[in-house]
Design a protein around this ligand. Sequence first.
Ligand SMILES: [Zn+2]
Length: 110
Amino acid sequence: MDQLTFLKDFETKGSTFSASYGAESGKSMLSLTTEEALLFSTDPVQVIANKCNVAISDYHNKVSEGYNAQCSANTAKGKRCKNIVSGGHMVSLEKWAELTGQYCEVHEQG
Ligand SMILES: [Zn+2]
């Protein structure tokens, strides 16, 4: 029995699949189809990004920015501004993707 058949068998017996991932509020839950559950076992980020309608890079960037949408400007020293964009504190993955590329209060003026 291949893995998909195995999972489909689970499903016909009333089992459902869901996945949790680290999110701004601790954990977010996604319910998965059998096919998504199978993909999740090998490539969880792909499944999370698909379900939230964002790019895989958005997911990785969001995690590295600590769930805050960071300003896109560079400082005078050429480093990425560490300020958070307005409304960008501890946001969901969808919201993060929407806010990415924006600027903090300091940089949105210029
Ligand atoms: Zn800034």
